[in-house]
Write a protein that binds this ligand. Structure first.
Ligand SMILES: Cc1ncc(COP(=O)(O)O)c(C=O)c1O
Length: 325
């Protein structure tokens, strides 16, 4: 298990919090990354650097510092676009978290497109943030929320999914890697079935983005939601991805500064994508911190992370088997 130890030592050094002695005896061991990840020093430094050297509001100031902050903020959007292999940075909407991203789709796309008796197909393993927004729109638009079951071994019941998918299903919204079961759902298979049925697909990628490559075009999905704090990035920043032609037809959800083109007394017109969905001053330092987190994950390499996770599982499994209980 030499590799395991080497990798662990190398990564541990990047996380200053793991060096703290909280109980005065041992170094911190943190096992709650599914709830939120700890932050590497590279991310903490990047946020600190931003406030020390570049802090200003974005997209509005005519001064140099604002141009610098805007450039760093928009480069962060570009990092996300590259990370998920999207076509354009216009397709990346900054949000507070994945919950907000899913709510934007449910409210903006859902309220406009869902009719009475339409169905929204979820799975029973969804996080509350991928259930409640759909219940809210279903109540408003008089449509139904259905749940795909899981099998006895704790994976998605694909036969039940096929049975529940029907001509009324307008959208399938499903988690990529489950926070409750740890299973990885077969998104490509789900998308193929959904597309043949004429349904759109939203993927909740909260738990997958730090563990496996996510290519939105290869998966052939329509929406993707992610949270920065699950990716070694800061809290308060997440994102929604969708294709330009879908986002173009969706009405803005929040109104205010930044999302407008012109404001008249009687009406206003909207800014181009992605700003149409980003009202008010965004979480600038957090977006920049998130892009540094993506750099960090890219440097570690998702394949190395996966290899390490496999070794760790085997190592722990061996240890468990050797315990004489
Ligand atoms: C699978 C999954 N989806 C969505 C969320 C919600 O994330 P956030 O609270 O960052 O919006 C979580 C958080 O635990 C999650 O694990």
């Amino acid at each position: 298990m030499k590799t395991l130890q080497n990798l662990e030592l190398f990564v541990r050094e990047d996380f200053p919090i793991l060096d703290k002695n909280f109980n005065k005896k041992e170094k911190l061991i943190y096992l709650d990354h599914a709830a939120t990840t700890q932050k590497p020093k590279q991310v903490i430094k990047r946020i600190n650097d931003y406030y020390l050297n570049s802090n200003a509001n974005v997209h509005r100031g005519a001064h140099q510092l604002s141009a610098k902050a805007t450039e760093e903020f928009e480069n962060a959007r570009l990092s996300i676009k590259n990370y998920i292999k999207a076509d354009s940075e216009k397709e990346i909407i900054f949000t507070r978290n994945a919950t907000e991203a899913i709510n934007i789709v449910a409210k903006s796309w859902g309220e406009k497109n869902l009719q009475e008796n339409d169905e929204i197909l979820l799975s029973i393993m969804e996080h509350h943030s991928n259930i409640v927004p759909w219940q809210l729109v279903a109540e408003r638009n008089k449509c139904k929320v259905k749940f795909t079951k899981i099998t006895n071994d704790g994976t998605l019941d694909i036969e039940d999914f096929k049975n529940k998918l029907n001509t009324n299903t307008k959208i399938v919204s499903i988690v990529h890697i489950s926070n409750t079961l740890g299973c990885c759902n077969p998104i490509k298979q789900i998308t193929q079935l959904a597309k043949n049925n004429g349904s759109l697909v939203l993927v909740d990628a909260c738990q997958s983005l730090a563990h496996t490559e996510v290519d939105v075009k290869d998966l052939n999905i329509d929406f993707l939601a992610g949270s920065g704090h699950k990716l070694c990035g800061p809290t308060g920043i997440g994102f929604l991805w969708s294709r330009e032609e879908i986002l173009d037809k969706m009405p803005p959800l929040f109104g205010g500064g930044e999302m407008i083109q012109d404001v008249f007394e009687e009406k206003s017109t909207w800014a181009d994508l992605p700003h149409k969905f980003e009202a008010g001053t965004p979480a600038i330092a957090e977006a920049i911190g998130l892009s540094e987190a993506l750099n960090y994950l890219n440097k570690l390499g998702l394949k190395n992370i996966q290899k390490y996770e496999k070794e760790l599982t085997e190592y722990l499994f061996e240890k468990l088997l050797s315990l004489k209980i």
